[in-house]
Design a protein around this ligand. Structure first.
Ligand code: UDP
Length: 236
């Protein structure tokens, strides 16, 4: 029996590049698709948001001279590219899915609408929500909080390359200690880098728990759904 009925899965664009310095690693993409298929076969309703950091980020673009709003629009287009790649990889293994876009761009994807998304989830489609919130100065973390809240997901699963939330960055500080559970309040108070502040505040205000886990280890998504305590739960 799955621990969650409906989830919003946030994948980072940066993880999608695997060991390459840029773009999409076909193996990593296939691994993500296979992990999603595994829980889809268990009957879990799945919404997915993917970042675009493997291709373009508006803020770093603006530091190199791009107009910030145009740079953010480029970043949102990058999330659409990643979403199409995931859609293709899911389709290749027989998982029916739909790409929805926060900005009108038919026929690339259907313009996002909460009720159409829920209808598609109930009909068994994996819904990939692309182009973030559709607005500049936001991130896909905020896009996934927003979509998670809108589709009334039981949880947002944040798939990262670390296995949870730590007192400090475990890649830099060997004394860093992992939390099994932590409150939104403590995340904010300690300034922990779980998601950006807007995203955390939205989850807190709208009671959407976040589960942070390492998605780069194949099989971990299934473990989270099975209730294994492999990551960190962020909750009230
Ligand atoms: N972005 C945006 N509005 C949104 C979501 C994303 O402007 O609602 C842009 C922003 O420039 C961001 C880029 O898209 O840098 C890629 O998204 P993000 O950085 O969240 O991707 P990740 O770091 O998770 O790969």
């Amino acid at each position: 029996m799955a621990r969650f009925k409906r989830i919003l899965l946030k994948l980072s664009g940066e993880s999608l590049m695997g060991h390459q310095g840029f773009g999409i690693d076909p193996q990593r993409l296939a691994d993500y698709a296979a992990q999603i298929k595994e829980i889809h076969d268990m009957g879990v309703e799945i919404g997915v948001v993917i970042g675009g950091g493997n291709i373009f980020r508006g803020l770093s673009g603006s530091q190199k001279g791009f107009d910030r709003v145009k740079g953010d629009q480029m970043g949102m287009c990058a999330t659409v590219i990643n979403s199409l790649a995931l859609s293709s990889a899911l389709g290749a293994i027989g998982v029916e899915n739909k790409v929805m876009t926060a900005i009108r761009m038919e026929p690339i994807g259907e313009f996002y609408n909460k009720w159409k998304a829920i209808e598609a989830l109930l009909a068994g489609y994996v819904c990939i929500f692309s182009a973030g919130t559709g607005n500049p100065y936001f991130t896909t973390d905020t896009g996934s909080s927003l979509r998670g809240i809108e589709i009334e997901a039981d949880v947002m699963l944040k798939g990262t390359r670390v296995d949870g939330v730590y007192t400090a960055d475990p890649e830099k500080d060997p004394t860093a200690r992992k939390f099994n559970e932590i409150s939104y309040h403590e995340v904010l108070e300690r300034g922990l880098k779980v998601m950006d502040l807007t995203a955390i505040c939205m989850c807190q205000d709208n009671h959407l728990p976040i589960y942070v886990f390492n998605m780069d280890v194949v099989g971990n998504l299934r473990k989270v759904i099975d209730g294994e305590e492999i990551g960190t739960l962020v909750k009230p």
